[in-house]
Design a protein around this ligand. Structure first.
Ligand SMILES: Cc1ncc(COP(=O)(O)O)c(C=O)c1O
Length: 424
């Protein structure tokens, strides 16, 4: 029965039935968590061998350099070459950091904030107003960086093929206080959307009013496929060359969801001019990153094909979990009008849109039944989802049986919340 066309009597009867089911869920005293987009222990175990990839003193002398010592600010050549191969760039466009790309993104915004960009534009902190475009729903930690600095965030609707480019082109061409945009171009967090070739080209060709407009191209899920359709997107730097826009783009990636989120390797990629700008500031902040971990990753993977083969093992664990969540949604909510969802071809999340105005209520119902999901509103700047409908489901962490139990609760809650809403 579709709740949107059901009669009041039908809704009242359905409410009674769903409430009984909800009470059964609560009585189970569950303690389940679907909030964290992190790999499960079985995925972490796939990287066994990386911890001992360097085991002796001699191993630390790598390609003629003693990795135990200071130095190597932009990363060891072999690790730069590895990321360059994965991202289709040259090593000169790569700077390797610590374990988190989020830290590199934060630092990059800070450099622009404190020092101004590579072309000597005014530091953003000295301007009256700085605005950023935020495709929504999106990644909460991007938004948190802007919020911490008082950067005003403007929501940009996401479509299946990327953010609304007409709106972006119009806004950036008219307002010089718009200084940047957050993008997750492939298997985006949370919708799984992949930017189309046309969208990538339109980004590369942007003509912003701000001379120091920056695209934060967070390619966090570049090799994280869930199906045989291993989507590739165009190399934005290649396209940007055609428009003289190379300095406008900073790309980020990491092995957080390839090896270990707590002990992987992250990288920033950019034009040679931007890499020089970053290094010039970074040389005061650091003497060198953890080069041993970089070498461990190189020894473990060898090349991009090694990473691709490893990602197949992740897929074997993750794909059935995603399928289970999608099957549960279809079985319990298909045709009910109580929500809609997307079936991603990669990445880490399933994005669920509830009946409008119900996301907070679903969150609360789930919580009271012992199931933690990501906060309602988290996928929007300032934690404010204007329609209170988007929820992010993270299937990776819980074991399959727990995920199934959690999804049973989630579906009852989503259904019940829609019925409650309609009944007023
Ligand atoms: C889009 C996106 N970017 C970045 C990160 C974090 O990356 P890292 O672990 O390299 O800091 C995440 C983690 O969920 C993410 O979803």
């Amino acid at each position: 029965m579709d709740v949107r066309t059901a009669s009041r009597e039908e809704l009242l009867a359905l409410k009674e039935e769903l409430t009984a089911r909800y009470e059964e869920c609560c009585a189970k005293n569950l303690k389940l968590d679907m909030s964290r987009g992190k790999p499960g222990a079985d995925q972490l175990n796939l990287s066994e061998g990386i911890l001992t990839a360097l085991s002796k003193n001699e191993d630390a002398i790598f390609e003629g350099t003693d990795l135990r010592n200071y130095g190597g600010l932009d990363g060891i050549p072999a690790c730069k070459a590895l990321f360059a191969e994965v991202l289709g760039l040259k090593p000169e466009n790569i700077l390797i950091g610590g374990n988190a790309s989020l830290t590199m993104m934060y630092d990059n915004i800070m450099r622009l904030w404190v020092f101004g960009d590579c072309n000597g534009n005014t530091p953003w902190s000295k301007l009256d107003k700085v605005k950023f475009l935020c495709p929504v729903p999106g990644y909460d930690r991007h938004f948190a960086i802007c919020q911490q600095l008082g950067i005003e965030m403007i929501n940009i609707p996401m479509h299946d093929d990327g953010p609304d480019m007409d709106m972006i082109e119009k806004l950036v061409s008219e307002d010089a206080s718009i200084k940047g945009i957050w993008c997750v171009p492939k298997y985006s967090n949370p919708t799984g959307a992949v930017y189309s070739d046309e969208v990538v080209r339109r980004f590369a060709a942007l003509k912003p009013a701000a001379a120091d407009f920056k695209i934060m191209w967070d390619n966090a899920y570049c090799v994280h496929h869930l199906t045989d359709d291993k989507i590739q997107i165009p190399n934005i730097f290649e396209l940007a060359k055609e428009y003289g826009n190379e300095d406008m783009i900073f790309q980020f990636a990491s092995t957080s969801k390839i090896t270990y989120p707590g002990a992987g390797v992250a990288c920033l990629s950019a034009s040679v001019k931007n890499i020089a700008w970053v290094k010039n500031i970074l040389k005061v902040q650091a003497i060198g990153p953890d080069k041993l971990n970089q070498a461990r990753h190189v020894v473990f993977f060898k090349n991009a094909a090694g990473i691709a083969a490893h990602m197949e093992k992740h897929r074997a664990i993750l794909a059935p979990k995603f399928q289970m969540v999608l099957d549960m949604l279809e079985k319990n909510l298909g045709g009910t009008g109580a929500g809609s969802w997307l079936s991603p071809k990669g990445g880490y999340f399933i994005s669920f849109d509830s009946f409008p105005g119900c996301a907070s209520r679903i969150y609360e119902l789930c919580k009271n039944a012992g199931v933690v999901i990501t906060d309602a509103g988290a996928t929007y700047p300032y934690g404010k989802d204007p329609e209170d409908k988007n929820l992010r489901i993270a299937p990776s962490y819980p074991p399959v049986e727990e995920l199934k139990a959690a999804m049973e609760v989630f579906c009852v809650c989503a259904h019940l919340a829609a019925v409650e809403k309609l009944l007023g």
